[in-house]
Write a protein that binds this ligand. Structure first.
Ligand SMILES: NC(=O)c1ccc[n+]([C@@H]2O[C@H](COP(=O)([O-])OP(=O)(O)OC[C@H]3O[C@@H](n4cnc5c(N)ncnc54)[C@H](OP(=O)(O)O)[C@@H]3O)[C@@H](O)[C@H]2O)c1
Length: 246
């Protein structure tokens, strides 16, 4: 049976999620294509099938803020497939670029953390039992250098002003990555859990013209972490397969 990957937030046609699905399908993975809107999941699965007619693909409606969706998805994977090999926590919302700590609308900020941080946390909790059934369980938390203290290009100390709550949600996601990786190691499980920043990627109109990189390049670093060998790293932050400081 081929390896099985689940990607959250794969509902946009120009997003990283769909491209990660493409690249994993090209490597022979069966892919569970999830989106908060079931029609988007189905449309992107149809697009993937055109490119990879030999692949096994499963569209699934999954809103990472909906505990019911996550529970149903985990039950479905358990009953139908018995295990999961790769979980990519890709879903995110960005908020507004003008948001400042001193005046931020905290209700909006909480919604951002609900998706970007608690959404990924919920997914990890629900799917860890299935990932532990795999001989090569991997979690990739798609993060951003904007949540890093040490990334001097986009990070908290870089002087570049990237959306406040979004950046803080990614700092929290990075912390979760370290804690969970250490927990899994301590308990003797082989699941490798890393955070990956894809760099600035052209997933929106006009991004490429302003200097963002092609989506294929950003996705490749995520796929790299999703397909690490058994003795690969865990509890680290990467961009393009290279370590980034937290
Ligand atoms: N693009 C960049 O330059 C860049 C840089 C650094 C990090 N990243 C990270 O890369 C990942 C993908 O970014 P992207 O640029 O591809 O963004 P994107 O195209 O907006 O994709 C994000 C996806 O998340 C989905 N989503 C939002 N809320 C959700 C929820 N509650 N449940 C499930 N899915 C939900 C969105 O769904 P809808 O389609 O329904 O809105 C969207 O499809 C994100 O984690 C982002 O933080 C991106």
């Amino acid at each position: 049976m081929s390896q099985i990957a689940l990607i959250t937030g794969a509902g946009r046609t120009t997003g990283l999620g769909l491209e990660v699905c493409h690249q994993l399908a090209a490597k022979g993975f069966s892919v569970i294509v999830t989106a908060r809107n079931g029609d988007d999941a189905q449309r992107n699965t149809d697009l993937l099938l055109q490119k990879h007619p030999e692949s096994t693909l499963y569209p699934l409606k999954l809103d990472v803020t909906e505990a019911n969706d996550i529970d149903q998805a985990a039950s479905w994977v358990k009953e139908r497939l018995g295990r999961l090999d790769v979980l990519v926590n890709n879903a995110a919302v960005f908020g507004t670029s003008t948001e400042e700590v001193a005046s931020a609308d905290l209700a909006q900020s909480q919604q951002i953390l609900e998706v970007n941080f608690y959404g990924a946390w919920r997914m990890c909790q629900a799917f860890l039992p299935l990932l532990r059934q795999s001989p090569s369980g991997r979690i990739v938390n798609v993060t951003s250098g904007s949540g890093s203290f040490g990334d001097m290009k986009y990070g908290l100390n870089s002087g570049v002003r990237i959306n406040t709550s979004y950046s803080i949600s990614k700092t929290a996601l990075n912390a979760l990555t370290v804690r969970l990786a250490k927990e899994e190691r301590r308990r003797g499980f082989g699941v490798l859990i890393n955070a990956v920043c894809p760099g600035w990627v052209a997933t929106r109109p006009g991004d490429a013209e302003r200097g963002a990189r092609p989506v294929e390049e950003g996705a490749a670093g995520i796929v790299w972490a999703a397909t690490l060998p058994k003795d690969g790293p865990t509890g680290q932050l990467f961009r393009d397969g290279n370590p980034l400081p937290w």
